[in-house]
Write a protein that binds this ligand. Structure first.
Ligand code: DAH
Length: 360
């Protein structure tokens, strides 16, 4: 065991010497303590010492090499002690190396005009627009219920936007949609309901559960209407789907979106592609249904239209209305966003004022 102890003591002495050199003020920069050579000299001494102890032909490897000359029963204990010594040496060299590097950095900083105490530049981080956040939240809620995400074109044939949805050319309900016409037969879609037709045409005779957000276009442009806005459409088709399924689904969604205190109501309405049709309202978030400016003193806020799929629509897309029933809804994402975040004026959503957007 004697050579091990000897090397341990020598290593300790050598390390202490080098450690105190590194710790000496100005050591790295080249103080007299370091013979004026600074960092370079220290690094050289460090490397030499490391090789001397830990190198292939170094003292510690040498200890292992003589293991064969020991009595077999003494070997395990001997090997253990040598390994311990190697671990200690490695840890000490690693710590010293870190100190040398630190000293080098401190030295280069103190020698330059760089003021390390100055605050850094702030890099502004963006965030998602509140309408995008709401859209994503709606999608993920419905995906959680097993709905599939679906999309349809924004520039579409009259057939998909109107005719197949039971809105013939001279139908008065076309007046509700101030349509941008690309030509006689092609429009910018006025609602996301065109997705219903596309999806049913391409997924014949099978259960459907889709959620379909997207941009829609209308000629309107005033304080409360923008010519381009976002809707989210839902369609469920299967055997025995009823209005009760629609109510249940929307009730779950409204509570998820606006909180468990939310109540909702359906008002009879008219859409050519649903029968019966309804407008869904939720209780006003601001006044909790008491009546305020936002809800025009009614206690309710209109979210959008919904209903049971009109049998005529099934007929148009080649489905058997005797076999299948369904429900659908189409909501404005802007309204939902205003309600969810308590935004009193719709124009905030499109003005892109950073003071507003930064809050989300
Ligand atoms: N597409 C209608 C609109 O934009 C909204 C709508 C109403 C969609 C009833 C539906 C629905 O899916 O069932 O005014």
């Amino acid at each position: 065991m004697q050579p091990i102890d000897e090397i341990r003591v020598r290593l300790d002495g050598d390390m202490q010497k080098l450690e105190s050199l590194v710790a000496a003020p100005g050591a790295v920069a080249g103080a007299p303590a370091n013979e004026g050579e600074g960092a370079k000299a220290l690094s050289r001494q460090f490397e030499e010492l490391k090789v001397r102890y830990l190198g292939k032909k170094g003292d510690i490897s040498g200890l292992l090499r003589v293991m064969g000359t020991l009595a077999p029963e003494a070997r395990p204990e001997y090997g253990k002690l040598v390994n311990e010594l190697r671990d200690i040496a490695e840890a000490r060299f690693a710590a010293l190396q870190a100190k040398i590097q630190e000293a080098e950095i401190a030295d280069s900083v103190s020698g330059s005009t760089l003021d390390a105490t100055l605050p850094g530049y702030r890099v502004p981080l963006g965030s998602l627009h509140p309408m995008t956040q709401v859209r994503e939240e709606i999608i993920s809620f419905f995906q959680g219920l097993g709905f599939e995400l679906a999309l349809a074109p924004e520039v579409d044939n009259d057939w998909y936007n109107f005719e197949a949805l039971n809105i013939p050319p001279d139908h008065p309900s076309r007046d509700m949609h101030d349509t941008f016409y690309v030509d006689d037969k092609v429009v910018l879609r006025t609602h996301t309901s065109n997705v219903q037709v596309h999806y049913m045409e391409t997924h014949q005779d099978q259960p459907i559960r889709i959620i379909a957000p997207g941009f829609v276009y209308r000629v309107d442009n005033d304080a409360t209407h923008s010519p381009m806005f976002q809707q989210v459409e839902c369609l469920v088709v299967d055997k025995d789907i009823s209005f009760a399924n629609l109510k249940g689904t929307l009730f779950l969604w409204a509570r998820h979106m606006f909180g468990t205190e939310t109540t909702m109501r359906f008002r009879p309405s008219y859409f050519p592609f649903t029968e019966p049709s309804a407008e869904m309202d939720v209780s006003c978030y601001f006044c909790k249904g008491q009546g305020c400016r936002t809800c025009k003193q009614t206690g309710w806020i209109e979210i959008g239209g919904c209903g049971s799929v009109d049998p005529n629509v099934f007929g148009k897309v080649g489905w058997d209305p005797e076999k299948y029933t369904g429900f659908a809804f189409g909501f404005g994402i802007d309204r939902i966003t205003m309600l969810k975040y308590g935004i009193p004026d719709i124009s905030h959503l499109t003005r892109n004022d950073n003071r507003f957007l930064r809050q989300f």
